[in-house]
Design a protein around this ligand. Structure first.
Ligand code: NAD
Ligand code: DAU
Length: 366
């Protein structure tokens, strides 16, 4: 079986769903269910026998030892992390704890397990670390996109903690020969994205007539990838990547934040017109005609990286991976998903997804 950490979060749950749709091999999903973990994302797997959920912390060395002993995974796909840059600015400690210490503990548990293997089992074992393009820092408008050899220059506590974890993973290859792989991906978007992040926040706020907060001048650039494409890239790296290597994963979709927000507003105007839903501007009480009326420029994020761009030619050339979605198709699907899944949104907004998990799954196992 494979062990996935953080498989109840945004990307992890999309990965688990995609894995179960494409593979018979069982999956052990270890997730602490922080505010970002939501078992409702995996609701469609109920009754599936090859998904096993364990609630637990990747910092818990004895739990990790027990899970490796009992389940003897042939691979680890490591998603679990604190992932929100703004939260890392107000409370960096959790980021160091989970992203650095947690990754270290997981590496140690995996190394103990891997060391006990022999022959093909040992050779075939993989530890795939899921990381981010933010470790490379920020780009000027005409700089070339990040490649796998771009020097690390993280600018937020989040990206610094991810950079530290990437370095630890790398060291386990060079020092112990452990078969590791690292992926560095650009901004994901799609179903089950927690509405603290740009795209889902804009959808949820617009439908509620709330301000759409755009940091600074809104001209910061991110490179967007539909989450299912990220998951297919990870599966491809797991299958065929060369150990010790890193692979950048990206969608060749550089967009300024303000353009993203305007695109989302335009799609909502088309798919869920404010007038038909009687949306009122929560600040002024006036009826909303076009969602873009709600755009509000706010104080910039401290240390805000200006531009990210991923050069994904290595994974395309060496592993034959390409994204299936363009930004236009992916963002349309995403807006449609949020409109069709208002119950999921409501559960997240009022916190009831946590009660639901307790009721549905009891203490530990799902
Ligand atoms: P997320 O915040 O949505 O999910 C993180 C998951 O990890 C949650 O389910 C949470 O409960 C779990 N978790 C947190 N701390 C834990 C701990 N100590 N032990 C066990 N589980 C714990 O994050 P995401 O956006 O799905 O990101 C997943 C991974 O991908 C992260 O490593 C992130 O750095 C990386 N990444 C994210 C993006 C993006 O755009 N979201 C892009 C590139 C890379
Ligand atoms: O690049 C990959 C990274 O993308 C991942 O490693 C992170 O886990 C993920 O959270 C994401 O980080 P960002 O900081 O780029 O994502 P976020 O959605 O928080 O912000 C995207 C951009 O939008 C960023 O330039 C800040 C801006 N923004 C964000 C929010 C939440 C706004 O202008 N207003 C907002 O309210």
């Amino acid at each position: 079986m494979i062990l996935v950490t953080g498989g109840a979060g945004f990307i992890g749950s999309n990965f688990v769903l995609q894995w179960c749709a494409h593979h018979e091999e069982p999956i052990l999903n270890l997730d602490a269910l922080t505010y970002a973990g939501n078992l409702a994302n995996l609701h469609s797997l109920q009754g599936t026998t090859h998904h096993h959920f364990v609630q637990g912390d990747i910092c818990d060395a004895s739990l990790l030892a027990k899970l490796f002993d009992e389940h003897r995974p042939r691979a680890v796909i490591h998603f679990a992390a604190e992932s929100h840059v703004d939260r890392s600015i107000t409370g960096p400690e959790a980021f160091v704890q989970t992203n650095v210490m947690g990754t270290f503990r997981l590496l140690e548990a995996a190394r103990t397990h891997w060391s006990s293997l022999t022959g093909q089992e040992k050779e075939g074992f993989r530890f795939l670390h899921v990381s981010t393009d933010e470790v490379y820092g920020t780009l000027a408008p005409n700089d070339p996109a990040f490649t796998e050899t771009t020097p690390y220059a993280p600018n937020s506590p989040y990206s610094a903690s991810k950079a530290a974890s990437d370095h630890l993973v790398r060291s386990y290859f060079h020092t112990y020969g452990m078969p590791v792989l690292t992926t560095n991906c650009s901004n994901n978007y799609g179903p089950f994205h927690f509405p603290e992040k740009l795209i889902p926040l804009m959808i949820v706020n617009a439908l509620a007539g709330k301000p759409l907060p755009v940091y600074g001048d809104g001209q910061q650039i991110r490179d967007w990838l539909y989450v299912e494409d990220h998951c297919s890239g990870i599966r491809r790296v797991l299958e065929a990547g060369t150990t010790g290597e890193t692979y950048n994963i990206g969608g060749w979709n550089e967009k300024a934040n303000i353009d993203i927000v305007r695109t989302v507003c335009g799609l909502l105007d088309e798919m869920a017109p404010a007038s038909a839903r009687n949306v009122t501007n929560q600040k002024t009480g006036a009826p909303v005609e076009h969602y873009a009326e709600l755009i509000t420029y706010v104080t910039d994020r401290p240390g805000h990286d200006r531009r990210y761009a991923i050069d994904a030619r290595k994974i395309e050339r060496e592993l034959g991976w390409k994204p299936a979605e363009t930004f236009d198709t992916g963002i349309r699907k995403t807006v449609a998903w949020y409109l069709a899944n208002q119950e999921w949104v409501q559960g997240v907004m009022d916190g009831s997804y946590r009660d639901w998990v307790a009721k549905q799954y009891g203490a530990n196992e799902a």
